[in-house]
Design a protein around this ligand. Structure first.
Ligand code: PLP
Length: 374
């Protein structure tokens, strides 16, 4: 129930990867057969990833993870924009730390950062972006969907505002990919971060989409791989796995969304009472598999540990900040009632979850709730 933290590598993904670990293990820059085969496999993966988001293959740059893609997009664009005296970054107050901490770093290096506050359901509006964007703006970075409460931002409308001002729009789509049918062109997105391990590829691979014509500095200088933008011998097998995972996750996405949403809504109806267990955020415009609730006057970590005793794995906060008992910055941004600040728990379902598992979860929560309320 913690698929937003990570997912398993599926058998079909592993099978596609295997030859590039054992037989066709050549360096993709080599001229001989096993190198050429590896290079071809990377190109096929690039096409699969591009198809999944309706981009062109040459707009996909493989990276090691979503965090790397977020860092690269923002720092890479800001470095270029600074040359034009553009020193302002616009983002939201509920971004992932990979974006927030990159912005903090750039603040120390002279950039001004505007953190647009979300409303009580975790949304910003295009109008809020329009209110602060100007000729000094270097980049707008807004997440497609939030990792804790699943709120899906009006990316396309925000993109219209950015285009009008000639400002590049970066979108962190790490949680959206595989859960939303993404079309980068129709959504006016200029740069987009994706991570493989959220969609059944291995950990350690991701990509940055950079629309043709967007000015962004290279990330790693060296032998010129990834069109000179991210040097270093490619992680061939993982890239191949990522390509396969992307093809699978996007090929039947509408049915997947319906299936997962039904499970999620069933869970919601059976546990949320609005008093002891309250929904965080809105059910509208929310990732299909995301349910984030607060248990009144409880600690989310403690609920998560109790559920783990029943082999149910959930997240009390985003995995990156787990173990830190401060309320999450996302819940703090949307919840003003102290009674609900510390008890947030995220369930993130995917297409591998079953009705039986959800029933087991519901029954377990009911047992725990009775125990907690006594
Ligand atoms: N952005 C969002 C919204 C995320 O949820 C995550 C990870 O959970 C990341 C970025 C970082 O991705 P990665 O774990 O691949 O570095």
């Amino acid at each position: 129930m913690d698929n937003a933290a990570t997912t398993n590598v599926t058998k079909e993904v592993l099978e596609e990867m295997r030859p590039y670990l054992i037989d066709n293990y050549g360096n993709p820059s080599a001229q001989y057969n096993i190198g050429v085969e590896a290079k071809k496999a990377i190109q096929k993966a690039r096409e699969r990833v591009a198809n999944g988001i309706r981009a062109r293959p040459e707009e996909i740059y493989f990276t090691s993870c979503g965090s790397e893609s977020d860092n690269w997009a923002i720092k890479g664009v800001c470095e270029k924009q600074r040359l034009k005296d553009k020193n302002k970054i616009i983002t939201t107050n509920i971004e992932h730390p990979a974006v927030l901490n990159t912005c903090k770093y750039l603040e120390k290096h002279g950039f001004e950062v505007i953190y647009i506050p979300v409303d009580k359901n975790g949304f910003i509006t295009a109008q809020q972006v329009e209110n602060v964007i100007d000729d000094d703006t270097a980049i707008v970075s807004v997440m497609y969907a939030n990792n804790e409460i699943g709120s899906i931002q009006p990316v396309s409308e925000i993109g219209v505002v950015c285009r009008r001002y000639g400002v590049p729009l970066h979108v962190d789509a790490v949680q959206a990919i595989g859960n939303v049918d993404i079309n980068v062109s129709e959504s006016n997105i200029d740069l987009m971060s994706i991570s493989g391990h959220k969609i059944h590829a291995p950990k350690g691979v991701g990509c940055l989409y950079i629309r043709n014509g967007i000015d962004c500095s290279p990330l790693i200088h060296g032998g010129g791989q990834e069109n000179g933008f991210r040097s270093g011998t490619e992680n061939v097998a993982s890239i191949v796995g990522f390509g396969k995972a992307m093809e699978t996750t996007t090929s039947d996405i509408k049915n997947k969304i319906d299936y997962v949403k039904n499970l999620r809504d069933y869970l919601l109806c059976n546990i949320v009472d609005g008093e002891f267990i309250k929904l965080n955020g809105s059910i509208e415009n929310r990732l299909c598999g995301n349910l984030n609730v607060s248990f009144k006057n409880c600690e989310g970590e403690s609920i998560a540990l109790q559920l783990a005793n029943y082999d149910i794995y959930v997240s009390a906060k985003s995995a990156c900040s787990a173990g830190n008992l401060e309320p999450s910055h996302v819940i703090k941004a949307i919840e003003k009632d102290e009674n609900y600040l510390y008890g947030s728990v995220r369930f993130s379902l995917n297409e591998h979850n079953t009705q039986e598992e959800i029933d087991y979860l519901i029954n377990t929560i009911k047992k725990l709730v009775i125990f907690n309320q006594r």
